[in-house]
Design a protein around this ligand. Sequence first.
Ligand code: NAD
Length: 379
Amino acid sequence: MVTIAVTAEGPDEPRVAVSPETVKKLAALGATVKVQSGAGARARFSDDALKAAGAEIAASAAETLSGADILLKVRRPSAEEIGQLKSGAMVAAILEPYDKAAMDSLATTGASLFSMEFMPRISRAQSMDVLSSQANLAGYKAVVDAASQFGQALPMMMTAAGTVPAAKIFIMGVGVAGLQAIATARRLGAVVSATDVRPATKEQVASLGAKFVAVEDDEFKQAQTAAGYAKAMSAEYQAKQAELISNHIKLQDIVITTALIPGRPAPRLITRAMVESMKPGSVIVDLAAERGGNCEATVPGQTVDVGGVKIIGPINLAGSVPVNASSLYAKNLYAFLELFFDKKEKVLNVNWDDEIIKGTLIAKDGKVVHPNLVSQPAA
Ligand code: NAD
């Protein structure tokens, strides 16, 4: 029998790696799921609900981990936690794998470590795509948080006492989070515009009823990589983009920034001078805060005031909707784990050559093995 352990996350992480729904599904694959008592509480999955779905509830982390074959977490577990699993066990979590020293240290446990952020963006892996499931919720929550901090209403309202104007919301970066931010802002009745450097986003923005604002030169036409991400833009492009944005941003009430480039600091799109040009009472939510911020004035984890403009630098915004974020994350993990099981025999049968398994495997047999993390020998 394969045993899957789910321990409680730290105080700053309200999400959990399992839900009553996935406990049932994992049991159907032939696994026993052991959950540390209280681990699901902040996602509103009570011990009773998890137990009713078929989980064993263990009193402590040590009891949960002891003898388990697989550990599922939201955040990176400690080497001490992994050390209590069966030798050669598997771990799947949001590992933040670019911290090479941390990966080297976890690798020494001998466990097979899988980083959910490295999920290949192929159609077969869509149901396992943690970045998408969490970014979608973050995009939604950014608009809701901005609306609650904005001292005005979002939709236009024509009342007997007078007309309330519609708020203007500008979304910078139209990936998964940005698209959901546009959709949410539109549902709340704002007048929405958006920008990106990838040409494919132009049509997506229009189809959601928002206005596309971008420097559409030759470089823009080439800005998307084969993997579907943005390239870092030239200094010349950035200057043209800054001029366009500085004219647009001073007319906006709310700005949501989501621009990222894989493996690099977030691009700087809003200068302090641009913030100062905005009306007092305006709100900026910088979803790139954790990666250095798209706005020069952002302080990660804090809300700052620059001339009456509030700049919110949220960390783990998906974690502020922990019920949905946990349900979707747990489903991502389940879809991933399905690959590891022989469904007929109800045992583990791992195909180490599978593109998804290879793409997410960070370390195995004591060593870091992922090509993005192993330094190439000099030619
Ligand atoms: P991301 O989080 O890496 O970046 C967010 C957005 O910021 C991107 O749209 C990017 O183009 C934009 N950006 C980067 N630099 C910018 C700049 N200087 N100015 C303005 N915008 C800038 O992106 P993501 O949300 O992970 O999505 C990336 C792509 O992957 C999208 O095309 C998305 O639809 C696609 N996707 C595919 C799959 C799949 O096939 N399984 C799953 C999810 C996403």
